[in-house]
Write a protein that binds this ligand. Structure first.
Ligand SMILES: Nc1ncnc2c1ncn2[C@@H]1O[C@H](COP(=O)(O)OP(=O)(O)OP(=O)(O)O)[C@@H](O)[C@H]1O
Length: 234
């Protein structure tokens, strides 16, 4: 069973042209997919549709076998919290909360994630600490306000937050855009390692095709998408 599937998905921003017209797209459990395309082709929009933060004009999205489309907001938020880990370009960490509290957020919103974290290592707190340490952030940093960390450190906090409680699917939107080439490779290594450890599928979105060679499955959004939005000027 796919961990995420989209069928006959169509989307346009209000008053804008058709941006997404996707006959079908799916990821199987444990699969890692690199999705690329030029700036403005709709990659972030697609991620937000799959995450349920944008609502499609038509079509169906299923997460872990459950329909996301058509759900009321509260149930959609719960489905997202239970099954998805999200890493965005801007990390979306809460800068005044500690590193530890940021990582624990998904367990606060999802009893399922908290239970899975507890089953794995005893408690959500122990899971947060173990993940942070495996991602190279030692305990002295865990009580610091997230906003005081370097960009590379914040990226790893965002990864720990996405991975805690073993979500079935991790959606990563340009997560390495602020890193240099060596740090990008190291971050991708960590993501692969952690997704393999929890069995999570990974959808990694980037315009940077140099990263594609690390993935077994590589997809081009403009090739999948039957709507062809005009590229943004460089
Ligand atoms: N909230 C919005 N309202 C209206 N138009 C939007 C909105 N967000 C994005 N767009 C437009 O939709 C198109 C696709 O944007 P999107 O961010 O999905 O592209 P992208 O492929 O992720 O680009 P990038 O690689 O630069 O992040 C762009 O033309 C963009 O200007």
């Amino acid at each position: 069973m796919p961990v995420v599937s989209a069928t006959a998905l169509r989307f346009a921003y209000r008053g804008g042209p058709q941006l997404i017209d996707l006959p079908s797209f799916a990821l199987d459990a444990g699969e890692s997919v690199f999705l690329h395309g030029p700036s403005g082709c709709g990659k972030s929009t697609l991620i937000n549709l799959l995450a349920g933060t944008l609502t499609p004009g038509a079509g169906r999205i299923e997460i872990a076998g459950q329909a996301l489309t058509g759900l009321a907001r509260g149930r959609r938020d719960r489905l997202r919290g239970d099954h998805l880990g999200l890493i965005f370009q801007q990390f979306n960490l809460l800068p005044f909360l500690s590193v530890r509290e940021n990582v624990l957020l998904p367990c606060r919103f999802s009893a399922r994630r908290a239970a899975q974290a507890s089953r794995a290592v005893g408690s959500p707190l122990a899971a947060a600490q173990a993940l942070l340490e495996r991602l190279g952030l030692d305990r002295r940093l865990h009580g610091r306000a997230a906003g005081t960390l370097s960009v590379g450190q914040q990226q790893r906090v965002a990864a720990a937050r996405a991975l805690i409680g073993s979500p079935e699917l991790v959606l990563a939107d340009e997560p390495t855009s602020a890193l240099d080439a060596a740090a990008q490779q190291a971050f991708i290594d960590l993501l692969f390692e952690q997704c393999a450890a929890t069995g999570a599928a990974l959808l990694f979105v980037s315009h940077d095709q140099r990263l594609a060679s690390r993935f077994l499955r590589v997809e081009s959004l403009p090739e999948l998408n039957r709507a062809h939005p005009a590229p943004l000027p460089a």
